[in-house]
Ligand binder design. Sequence first.
Ligand SMILES: [Zn+2]
Ligand SMILES: [Zn+2]
Length: 305
Amino acid sequence: MVSIKSILAWLTWPVVFVGQLAAFDRALSLGFDPGLTLLALTVANMALIAVLELWLPDRPEWVWTRDGQVVNDIVHGVGNVFGDGLGRNALTILFAVIGGKLAAQGNLGFWPSAWPLWGQILVAVLIVDFFDYWKHRAYHAWAIAWPIHALHHNIDRMTVFKGIRLHFLEATVRAVVVYSPLVVLGAPAEVMLWIAALMTFGGSLNHSNLAQNLPRFVHAMLPTQKTHWLHHGKDYTNGGCNFSPLTMLFDHLFGTFRHPLDEPLDEVGIVPDPIPANLPAQLASPLLWPLLMWRAKRRRHGALS
Ligand SMILES: [Zn+2]
Ligand SMILES: [Zn+2]
């Protein structure tokens, strides 16, 4: 028999995601401060999903109220605002050093500003997706980059708070690698804001434990909760799949798409997992990586012998 909860699970994604975008659009048209509006909506969105997760969880055993890392997740999320600022300052300095038009006006003026806003957002989505895809894939493929991204995968459950569990250096790297092409081309602030809105609203839903049913074709087109859960699966720690943040286009093009309805997910996390549970050590983990790996190996040997 079809339960009321399974029917509601078909409504969660469209109602929450489209509702957030509609609220953002309405606030902008009413003249609210765009940056503050985005921040307020992001926090409200996360709070709403956190409450809904308790009532309509996909996996009841992943309830966030029994996760000892919630405070750490939130502190890392706040740290990302600082990390993003670092990246933006680095960009300004970089442009000044490069000189010429970049130093004078901060961009090359190549952006299709005459296009309607939706067309400009589409162009920005493709650019961000391309650079974020390769940045994310590099994190998983390059041993030297993995320590920065490992904290995001050092989890034993998916909850809305895992979307912001990113080392602050990830925000710095994203500002330089992913957003700088938009800045250099001259994308206006409104387009940048819509990209940030799509990223944060989508990220909260995709990491959350809120039950979300979607038709099969949607998983093949957009980064959904289940495509992203599969990305966090223990099986993919060393290879990786479903890297894209906004569409699945580049995963299809570069052969890393896996359909989540064909590959059931068992556990999330990483192997080996050398990251400690305390906040200062987590912040220092990219620097301490060789030491942490040595300690994890010793612990494993100790457990085996
Ligand atoms: Zn990843
Ligand atoms: Zn993730």
